[in-house]
Design a binder for this molecule. Structure first.
Ligand SMILES: Nc1nc2c(ncn2[C@@H]2O[C@H](COP(=O)(O)OP(=O)(O)O)[C@@H](O)[C@H]2O)c(=O)[nH]1
Ligand SMILES: [Mg+2]
Length: 191
């Protein structure tokens, strides 16, 4: 049994962070239902990795970040990973994810963290503002994996979280037992 990894789920308000977690964990979220604003909840998830091992994830559902509000600094010292969420229906939400990624790079303080990105609400075809290819191009440049998902189809959520759990357990192993021939990523930290 692996130990628990702390994962912070963040992004602009209303992109679907809470809905994604509820759908992933309990298979229930009714799209469009008005719910109270999320305060700060921790969801305990047991996610099977690609090697068939179950890893425990503590998923911190942050309250929607308001404009100009930065991610609380303590998240950077506790987090093993981040799930950055935007809605494909909002260019602004994508830009917030770009900013969050920058913040993570600055504040993670050389600690290895796993970042995945979810572009949610792909079911809202007519309201799309952020194109798939533009988002993937950014993700490639940032060396992060990005999936487009929709809470209306739980299957779309499984692969990203399997990848996240697998990556987290690998990176922990990697730092303890570096594999020959696999150089660890060089950080471009100037501090
Ligand atoms: N159509 C659609 N609506 C969604 C989706 N995900 C979330 N929503 C809705 O978007 C609204 C905000 O979701 P919520 O999870 O509260 O966002 P949060 O502020 O990021 O936690 C709710 O009404 C959800 O039902 C999705 O994939 N498709
Ligand atoms: Mg919420």
């Amino acid at each position: 049994m692996g130990k628990g990894y702390k994962v912070v789920v963040c992004g602009m308000a209303s992109v679907g962070k809470t809905a994604i977690l509820e759908q992933l964990l309990y298979g229930k979220h009714t799209v469009g239902l008005e719910e109270g604003a999320t305060m700060e909840d921790v969801y305990l998830a047991s996610v099977e990795t690609d090697r068939g091992v179950k890893e425990q994830l503590r998923l911190y559902d942050t309250s929607g970040l308001q404009e100009g509000v930065e991610l609380p600094k303590h998240y950077f010292s506790v987090a093993d990973g981040f799930v950055l969420v935007y809605a494909v229906t909002s260019l602004e939400a994508f830009q917030r994810v770009e900013l969050l990624k920058k913040e993570i790079d600055v504040f993670r303080d050389k600690k290895e963290v796993t970042v995945i990105v979810l572009g949610n609400k792909t079911d809202l075809l007519e309201q799309r503002q952020m194109e798939t290819e533009a988002a993937q191009q950014w993700a490639r440049a940032e060396k992060v994996r990005l999936w487009e998902v929709t809470v209306t189809d739980r299957k779309t959520l499984l692969e990203p979280f399997t990848f996240l759990a697998s990556k987290l357990s690998q990176s922990q192993n990697k730092s303890t037992f570096p594999l020959p021939g696999r150089k660890s990523k060089v950080n471009n930290c100037d501090n």
